[in-house]
Design a protein around this ligand. Structure first.
Ligand code: ZN
Length: 345
């Protein structure tokens, strides 16, 4: 049973679905763009979207890829998902944001937009009067999140980050009981072997600066996905996203069938991070790979200055699964070089 009311946000009695000035009839597909308006001396941008509006009632599920524009496996998976869904056989509405952050995609930047140097995944709920990244966040909040019953924010390691294994994640403490239960439900239904539980809550919408944090605080069940790394476009990163989305749609009874689930997923309920204390050059230890279990204190790599003198040996901050490790040479003070997932006991 769905705990969250369905079809009240953006679909009228005859099944027409509305976003911005776009109308999609039941059983039809829309392919086009959301507009992010320009401001003086500051060009706007567009957000490419597909809307499959099902011929029968059901929840509205939104998929957001490309919050970080150089994370390619989510973006390529959305192309596949879009082709796989037939709106005449769909219950509810599937909204696909193919590339949330077009300035970062076309500008090929990591973390930050090229114009304003802001991180879209730290810019929610956004601001219609702000910089282009803040305006993108505002459009996503008002036109995508607020019209969804469920939202998936889909990432990979950024173009400089090695990331393994692929995992789903949800807020275990933010959003209230029903939203937490529904977020957990879809995070498990996605079907990956590793599930991360984000800790903590937010006192206000303005403090919920992450995409999925903003969504849960607005009452929308949400989860994150991480699958892929280092700007690569391998099927081993793309297919788990495509399959996971179909699994969630089966769980929500939007398409026929049962989700295919692993028998014994690994839950991670805390993450330990290392931030660089120096600017310099990063050498990851060749014996260490993301996805490995590491014990606290294991050497993971070395930072040198620009002439090769060693500045810092970076060691595992805790025992657990090495989820993220920098994979390219540039390192700046304050960069998050390492993330270790602590396994629940
Ligand atoms: Zn990302």
């Amino acid at each position: 049973m769905l705990l969250i009311s369905i079809n009240v946000k953006a679909q009228n009695d005859s099944g027409v679905f509305y976003i911005a000035d776009i109308e999609v009839n039941a059983g039809e597909t829309y392919r086009g763009f959301l507009e992010v308006p320009a401001m003086q001396n500051d060009p706007g941008t567009v957000i490419p979207i597909t809307i499959h509006n099902g011929s029968s009632p059901g929840p509205t599920l939104s998929l957001i890829a490309g919050i970080h524009g150089s994370e390619y496996s989510p973006i390529l998976s959305m192309q596949k998902v879009s082709e796989l869904i037939d709106p005449t056989e769909l219950a509810g509405t599937l909204v696909i944001v193919h590339i949330a952050n077009m300035p970062a995609f076309t500008g090929r930047t990591i973390y930050f937009g090229p114009q304003d140097r802001k991180n879209l995944n730290r810019s929610f709920p956004g601001d219609l009067e702000g910089t282009v990244t803040e305006r993108v966040a505002h459009v996503l909040t008002t036109e995508i999140i607020d019209k969804s019953d469920y939202m998936l924010d889909i990432h990979s390691g950024d173009a400089n980050e090695s990331l393994r294994p692929s995992y789903s994640a949800y807020y275990a403490e933010a959003g209230g009981k029903e939203v937490i239960a529904e977020s957990r439900r879809i995070a498990i239904a996605f079907g990956l072997e590793t599930i991360v539980q984000f800790a903590g809550d937010y006192d206000s919408l303005d403090e919920a600066i992450y995409t999925s944090a903003q969504a849960v605080k607005r009452g929308v069940a949400s989860m994150d996905v991480e699958s892929g790394e280092l700007g690569m476009i391998d099927d081993s990163y793309i297919n788990p996203i495509t399959n996971g989305v179909l699994n969630v749609m089966r769980e929500l009874e939007m398409i026929a069938g049962e989700p295919y689930l692993p028998t014994n997923p690994l839950f991670i309920n805390d993450r330990a991070r290392i931030y660089s204390e120096h600017n310099g050059i990063w050498y990851a230890d060749p014996l260490v790979k993301t996805g490995d279990y590491v014990s606290e204190g294991t050497a993971l790599g070395v930072i040198t200055d620009y002439h090769g003198n060693e500045l810092e040996t970076v060691r595992a901050p805790a025992s657990g699964v090495l989820l993220i490790l920098f994979g390219t040479p540039p390192v700046n003070e304050g960069d998050n070089i390492v993330v270790v997932g602590k396994v629940m006991n």
